[in-house]
Design a protein around this ligand. Structure first.
Ligand SMILES: NC(=O)c1ccc[n+]([C@@H]2O[C@H](COP(=O)([O-])OP(=O)(O)OC[C@H]3O[C@@H](n4cnc5c(N)ncnc54)[C@H](O)[C@@H]3O)[C@@H](O)[C@H]2O)c1
Length: 414
């Protein structure tokens, strides 16, 4: 297989961003995946996706509205699951069982059971399962991780991760406010728990809660997203809806390393885009700029000494980024670009990594297990509030603690 023939399943807002990212992957000169098909239950979205593929690649893909018909095709080797998260497992499991390799958007599944069912299907059918987690691919995050690997902070004892903002409007789609469809507390904060595990290693103990700060969500005045599939659905949004799923998560995490993480994601705050990501050790502290903005990492060495961005590289003899990252970001750890190309480049990197795992028989950087632990770290905070105590990651992964997830599993048929 020179290039892996792949079907994009789910041609909503993010499906379109994925298609743009496959173009970016191709532009890198080392593309390893070809979109040969698109699939969406909604024929309008399937058609929009197909037109976008044709516009960008000059070749019309096969178009499916029926998953089984697509899975029966032996000339499709892999699938990219970009449906809303409540359906990730329902789509990925039959695909994995049909012998297709799968990359699945975050959150990998809505519950630990959903994630485990996907992981088991991949293992039993000897195919690759990757989680499409894009934020860690950002060069400033690669630099931050290297600062930690080089021990420039000494042993980190604390990470602070706070993101606040979001107001009372419907965030992108109504399903992002419904517990059994993948509410924003999980949908967004799972990116940040992945960053926590990327920087700090494995989770151990979890104490926290989920909140519905804004129970009534209102139709946004201006949707602000320039994608036809979102625009079409915006017309069908209710004027307001009752949220049933968390828009916020607060947690203290104890990591296996012994370090603590103070974590909050509030997708309803009246602040606008308040953000902090910092890691503290006895020798230095590091402030990371957040994701998809290209701003510099800052390393504060004490007594007023500070290094920023590329200047930190002089202290990192082993720093390296992957070939595709260097190609797409011109070897830079600080950059200025508009959002759409940044977004496409990050996803091109994650797709390339998935493609290499398929072609060479390796493990993708964010596999099913890491996709699951990022989800379990959020669900662990919710479970901790129900249990009224701190819970361990082990209890969440073993299913010993799952009271919060029970009704979601029933709704998902798991
Ligand atoms: N990584 C990121 O930065 C990022 C950003 C946005 C969304 N996402 C993720 O992408 C995924 C999709 O989000 P979205 O905003 O595009 O949602 P969306 O609602 O806009 O689109 C989902 C699409 O999937 C289709 N679909 C649903 N069930 C299906 C099925 N069983 N078979 C085929 N098609 C089906 C729907 O018809 C729709 O077209 C979610 O998991 C979300 O968390 C990730």
């Amino acid at each position: 297989m020179a290039k892996i023939p792949l079907c994009v399943i789910g041609c909503g807002g993010m499906g379109h961003r994925h298609i743009l990212a496959y173009r970016e992957l191709e532009n890198s000169g080392i593309g390893n995946i070809e979109i040969v098909a698109v699939c969406d239950l909604n024929p309008k979205n399937a058609d929009l996706g197909a037109r976008e593929v044709e516009r960008l690649f000059g070749k019309k893909p096969m178009v499916f509205t029926d998953l089984d018909k697509m899975l029966a095709r032996s000339d499709i080797a892999a699938v990219d699951v970009v449906t809303d998260p409540a359906y990730h497992h329902a789509v990925a499991i039959p695909a994995l069982k049909a012998g297709k390799h799968a990359i699945v958007e975050k959150p990998l599944g809505l519950t630990v059971r959903a994630c485990q069912a996907m992981i088991a299907a991949a293992r039993e059918n000897k195919v690759v399962l990757a989680t499409a987690e894009n934020l860690r691919r950002d060069p400033p995050n690669r630099l931050a991780r290297s600062v930690l690997d080089h021990g420039l902070l000494d042993v980190p004892y604390l990470m602070i991760h706070n993101a606040l903002g979001g107001d009372d409007q419907i965030i992108i789609t109504p399903w992002r406010h419904l517990k059994d469809k993948g509410a924003i507390g999980l949908d967004m904060a799972v990116h940040y728990t992945d960053i926590v595990q990327y920087y700090m290693g494995d989770f151990d103990q979890i104490y926290g809660c989920g909140l519905i700060v804004e129970p009534i969500r209102r139709k946004p005045d201006n949707h602000g997203l320039d994608l036809e599939s979102y625009r079409e659905r915006y017309k069908t949004f209710p004027d307001q809806l009752q949220a049933t799923g968390e828009d916020s998560v607060l947690a203290m995490y104890k990591m296996k390393s012994g370090a603590w993480v103070q974590f909050s994601y509030v997708g309803a705050g009246r602040g606008s885009g308040e953000f902090e990501r910092s890691v503290h050790g006895r020798k230095a502290a590091m402030w990371a700029p957040g994701d998809r903005n290209g701003r510099p990492v800052s390393l504060r060495l004490g007594r007023g000494k500070e290094l920023q961005g590329a200047d930190i590289l002089s202290l990192l003899p082993n720093f390296q980024m992957t070939e595709i990252t260097n190609r797409l970001f011109d070897q830079k750890v600080v950059y200025e670009l508009p959002f759409p190309p940044i977004d496409a480049k990050h996803m091109a990197i994650e797709f390339h990594d998935f493609g290499e795992a398929v072609l060479k028989g390796g493990t993708p950087e964010v596999d099913g297990h890491l996709g699951m632990t990022a989800v379990a770290a959020i669900l662990g905070a919710y479970e901790s509030a129900v249990a009224g105590r701190a819970v361990s990651m082990e209890e969440i992964l073993s299913g010993k603690v799952r009271a919060y997830q029970e009704d979601i599993d029933v709704a998902l048929g798991l």
